[in-house]
Design a protein around this ligand. Structure first.
Ligand code: GDP
Ligand code: MG
Length: 178
């Protein structure tokens, strides 16, 4: 990301990574439009969404959100999206241990090939499905702590913690740039 001091704009790229079906597109849709579409289609390849957020100090931050597909056949494309990213949001589904393993794979990829000062968040989504939970919250907390990541559980369906996720992302981004 870069700062354009004239317009007091911070431009940051935020990338979402994680298995197909964990809710990346729904998280973005919830944040950008305040909506949840239960019939949304699986993302093919990668899709792009831009969101400008006003901060209290009249600074605006532009998020460029890449929502990559989790399918194996697109994994080779992922470095194109996360290479320049200031913030990476790695998402898993709390009802799916496989998606938690895949999240750990993405964290390792980012540590190897991402920007050295990248800020990473680990997100356990679908927190509304408590009765189907298979990944204990403590497992997420422990893994994130070990890897210096911010951790949060969210629900794109109920909007729980979605704003907190992105607000903390912004805060960390500002900390790095100042
Ligand atoms: P993506 O492949 O990671 O982009 O996943 P999507 O955003 O397309 O979501 C995959 C499926 O999970 C869709 O059927 C969504 O309706 C559902 N979904 C996404 N987020 C949530 C959530 O927070 N709670 C519940 N219950 N379902 C969700
Ligand atoms: Mg998607």
């Amino acid at each position: 990301g870069v700062i354009d001091a004239k317009n007091l704009r911070v431009k940051g790229e935020l990338v979402l990574l994680g298995d197909s079906g964990v809710g990346k597109s729904c998280i973005v849709l919830r944040f950008v439009r305040g909506q949840f579409d239960p019939t949304s289609k699986v993302t093919v390849g990668a899709s792009f969404l831009s969101q400008t957020v006003a901060l209290q100090d009249s600074t605006t931050v532009k998020f460029e959100i890449w929502d990559t597909a989790g399918q194996e056949r697109y994994a080779a494309l992922a470095p194109l999206y996360y290479r320049g990213a200031a913030v990476a949001v790695v998402v898993y589904d709390i009802t799916s241990p496989e998606s938690f393993s895949k999240a750990q794979y993405w964290v390792k990829e980012l540590q190897k090939h991402g920007s050295p000062d990248i800020v990473m968040a680990l997100v356990g989504n679908k927190a509304d499905l408590q009765e189907k939970r298979e990944v204990p919250v403590q497992d997420g907390i422990d893994y994130a702590e070990k890897n210096g990541m911010f951790f949060i559980e969210t629900s794109a369906k109920t909007a729980d913690n979605i704003n907190q996720l992105f607000e903390v992302g912004l805060e960390k981004l500002n900390l790095i740039k100042r």
